[in-house]
Design a binder for this molecule. Structure first.
Ligand code: UDX
Ligand code: UDX
Length: 463
């Protein structure tokens, strides 16, 4: 049993703390948002993440977890490990904003009382572990105390919607350290989650920090590759779905993250891709491939909305658009960088009415659009009230819909940003079905136009 403090009760901090508590450790989670702490003390999770509520409630009952609102209070418990899990949002130039990480490091330096291993779990640029060491050392000097400490980089690889499983059964645990002592201690902490010691990877701090960006950028690259290939498939009369299956059988390629669609969103890929581009610029080594991944993702979103405006022209102003799916992916209520935000804005700009439904993300989207759009309680309500449907998140309740239900749409038109249905089924029903790379509805003129813009690397043309 170890004593652990977790700073930041977001997706990452809360999942990390809850899973450590489940293994019998004593966990104190800190967040400077008092409302969050009050909710958590009652066992209520401030966001939707499958299984997390049960683990937190169980830990509260067993008193293995507690929630406090100051770092000082958490450190007074004398934890052996302090995990920093605060946000690192993008600055306007693409760099990661480290201000929260730095504030947390300073506070740790001000209040730590004995040897502690400080673990950076937030996604932070290379060099941040060293920066955190410097900040803490400076605070200890100011206090005129000598307390030994280690800083470790331990990037998270949690997928929202499946984060608990990812933590309990990780593919790998990456640890960047400067001392063997801290590597040993972290190995003991993570041992209950490992099925093999080979999953525990010890490396230098910069390597660990870069591994996180490299992993997310690789996954984003696969998605953008497939999105660009999908347009070529359409032009050549190939079906991206079949091409994907043909590729995926090669074990060197595999099947994951090859789904063409409206492009990636979420709190990680867009910000981490931008940060990697920025790190390259800082080193005078432009990350041209990764920059293009970002461009393709941007173009893909704009292209998707253009499909709708091209189909309807000015008549769009007389239409009601139905949206299925607001979250950036299924099994989460997170709408950070969700395609739905851009698509709804575009539809409103064109004067359309918009009715939306999502199983769990509606309350979050309400904070952006208020009474500008209508909120349905069920997917069916959208079909009954809309002229056409836009599918943006592949929730199971959408993908298992029997296609004949789309005949309720007044115009019988579906724009599918997630390639959920077979184009031939839709055609047989008389539904105009726009999807991605599957030769559904072909509007030759716009497709040519998009290709020219994409190859000119001119994403501004898509604004
Ligand atoms: C965050 C980072 O954004 C991501 O880069 C990293 O990989 C993991 O940590 P997430 O958990 O999704 O991801 O962030 P968020 O939901 O914003 O949670 C951060 C929490 O920290 C919030 O609850 C916020 O209130 C809290 N916080 C922030 C503090 O307690 N103190 C601070 O100084 C700043
Ligand atoms: C990601 C990483 O997967 C995780 O390891 C990391 O630590 C945090 O960032 P997350 O953002 O929760 O996790 O979601 P993920 O499942 O990776 O999906 C990201 C985006 O890619 C979503 O918008 C999703 O719809 C999109 N996507 C995913 C595709 O467009 N096609 C695919 O084939 C897979």
């Amino acid at each position: 049993m170890k004593k652990i403090a977790i700073i930041g009760a977001g997706y990452v901090g809360l999942v990390t703390g809850a899973c450590f508590a489940q293994k019998g450790n004593r966990v104190t989670i800190v967040d400077n948002n008092q409302d969050k702490i009050d909710q958590l003390l009652k066992g209520a999770i401030p966001f939707y993440e499958p299984h997390l509520d049960i683990i937190v409630q169980d830990a509260l009952a067993k008193k293995t977890i507690t929630f406090v609102s100051t770092i000082q209070e958490a450190l007074s418990q004398q934890p052996e490990f302090v995990f920093s899990c605060v946000g690192t949002p993008s600055l306007p130039n693409g760099a990661a904003d480290l201000s929260f990480v730095e504030i947390v490091a300073a506070e740790i330096g001000m209040h730590m009382e004995q040897y502690t291993i400080i673990v950076n779990k937030s996604t932070v640029p290379v060099g941040t572990a060293a920066k955190v060491e410097t900040i803490i050392a400076a605070k200890l000097t100011e206090r005129n105390v000598k307390i030994a400490f280690d800083v470790a980089s331990n990037p998270e690889f949690l997928k929202e919607g499946d984060a608990v499983n990812d933590f309990l059964m990780p593919d790998r645990v990456v640890i960047g350290v400067r001392s063997e002592e801290s590597a040993e201690a972290l190995y003991e902490l993570y041992k209950p989650f490992l099925t093999s010691d080979k999953q525990f990877l010890v490396m230098t701090q910069p390597s660990a920090e870069l591994t996180k960006y490299a992993s997310n950028a690789m996954l984003a690259t696969r998605i953008s590759f497939m999105n660009q290939l999908a347009h070529l498939a359409d032009k050549l009369g190939a079906d991206i779905h079949q091409v994907k299956h043909g590729m995926a059988q090669d074990r060197r390629i595999g099947a994951h993250f090859l789904n063409a669609g409206i492009g990636y969103g979420g709190s990680c890929f867009p910000k981490d891709v931008a940060a990697l581009v920025h790190m390259g610029m800082e080193q005078h080594y432009p990350m041209t491939l990764v920059k293009e991944v970002e461009n393709i993702n941007h173009v893909q979103r704009v292209w998707f909305s253009h499909q709708i405006t091209n189909h309807y022209g000015p008549a769009l102003a007389t239409k009601t658009a139905g949206i299925w799916g607001l979250a950036f992916k299924p099994e989460t209520d997170d709408i950070r960088s969700a395609p739905a935000i851009d698509v709804i804005k575009k539809l409103l700009e064109q004067g359309a009415n918009v009715i939306v439904y999502d199983p769990v993300a509606t309350e979050n989207i309400k904070k952006i659009f208020g009474d500008l759009i209508t909120y349905a309680d069920q997917g069916q309500q959208v079909l009954q009230n809309a002229d056409f449907l836009v599918l943006l998140t592949e929730w199971a309740e959408f993908t298992t819909t029997i296609p004949s239900h789309f005949l309720q749409l007044k115009d019988r038109v579906v724009f599918d940003g997630r390639n959920c249905f077979a184009p031939e089924d839709m055609k047989a029903l008389g539904v105009s079905y726009y999807c991605i790379g599957r030769n559904s509805v072909t509007d030759d003129v716009p497709l040519n136009h998009y290709h020219v813009a994409a190859t000119q690397h001119d994403s501004s043309a898509w604004q």
